[in-house]
Design a protein around this ligand. Sequence first.
Ligand SMILES: Cc1cc2nc3c(=O)[nH]c(=O)nc-3n(C[C@H](O)[C@H](O)[C@H](O)COP(=O)(O)OP(=O)(O)OC[C@H]3O[C@@H](n4cnc5c(N)ncnc54)[C@H](O)[C@@H]3O)c2cc1C
Length: 457
Amino acid sequence: MKSIEIKVKSNCCQTNNLESQVENLKENKHLPVAIIGAGSVGLAAAAHLTKYNQPFVILESGSQVGENISTWGHVRLFSPWEYNIDKVAKVLLAKQGWKEPNLNELPTGNELVAKYLKPLSNTPEIKDVLHLNTRVLSISRKNIDKMKTANREKLPFVLYTEQDGSFKLFEARAVIDASGTWGNPNPANSSGVWLKEEASVHEQIFYGIPNILGKDKNRYLNKRIAVIGSGHSTINALLELATLKEQSTEIEIFWVMRKQRAEDAYGGEDLDALKARGELGSRIHQLVDSGIVNVITPFRTQYLQGINGKINLVGDKNGEIQTISNIDELIVNTGNRPDFSILSEVRTGIDTVTESVSALAPLIDPNIHSCGTVRPHGEKELRQPEKDFYIVGAKSYGRAPTFLMATGFEQVRSVVAYLSGDIEASEKVELDLPETGVCSTNLNTSNNSSNNVSCCS
Ligand SMILES: Cc1cc2nc3c(=O)[nH]c(=O)nc-3n(C[C@H](O)[C@H](O)[C@H](O)COP(=O)(O)OP(=O)(O)OC[C@H]3O[C@@H](n4cnc5c(N)ncnc54)[C@H](O)[C@@H]3O)c2cc1C
């Protein structure tokens, strides 16, 4: 059995004055802020903490920064560099002589990691406090569980982690959870229920966006493939499959979705203010019209059957049970959900519908809003019942698929200002998002109106 090493990490600053030391200790000021996740938002939080000279640690489960982004690294983003770089991070990078990319270009996920996140993580302010291969398992207040209230706010947080196979504790004065939702996918089942039937065929399912024209190519050659979903990620996978079909004509492509009509998934096309995103919609529209992509909609998958090495999708189509048979490979892009298992001992306010931070739900509920209509928000909206604990980034949106990095940068700017005592800055709104005017504010996918379009995934 593997031995378990217990180390207690405490970052105690030095002070000569006993009184202020006692005062600091009382308020845990000697402890760092712990950031969970070194994605684009976690690293932006780090940059903002350096601006205020606040000690911090970053705990990242992956072996590199931008671990989640790297899993879809071959995909091109739809927002240009201008919106993918945090302003304070840019200042840190500039001090190291960083060469800024062309702000009008659209990076791939891999370029975002290589040209921005990695250099940022290598700045002297960040590199020594970044802990890779460190998975946070749970967070609590020191020596008490969620039930205890007395003195709760004065106690430091303790983060239970597994680092390179060993158990390790970190203490912190505040926690910023920027651990995202990617990597915790929704199932194929249209009711969101994970069934053992789905697990039994998992080797033929890819959750996310496979690199169809690159390392995963052989998996899809000459196969009968179904893609479930209707967002940006699904459209990316379908476009790549269509390109592969030019070399491997036996490929059959089925696009399975809950929406009433394929048109409801095309987005704004020519009218989309984010040009690249509009083009994706137009290209998939053409592939459907030309019959290269076979649309099966509305189809609500109920369960999967594995039979003789093939998958059958059994679902409800307009009230009748139908089967899409003999599928070789399934690509599931039904969205992601937050993992709350690490938060069971802290007090959280989570919306019951979206699983977002409670106060954000009315701003982002995709039943009502699309990404263009999300109001900027900051510390006040993100504040949790557990003092000095914040959920930011994609995870703050819960299951809502409309998160943009620029929104996350604004979130951490405000949260870090608040944690650093700069209340005035925390209350300001400094978000500058692209105008996405084509997004509907009354999204209703069961309505046949072509005005009702989604622009995010
Ligand atoms: C295909 C695709 C295209 C996109 N295009 C755009 C775009 O054009 N513009 C835009 O603004 N946004 C875009 N997005 C959205 C945006 O990239 C993501 O929402 C963004 O990466 C979210 O950042 P994050 O830091 O919140 O989370 P993530 O990038 O997911 O980072 C979370 C980090 O936390 C780590 N982690 C998870 N659990 C733990 C744990 N328990 N302990 C320690 N570490 C942990 C992960 O390894 C990861 O590194 C796109 C998303 C996808 C999927």
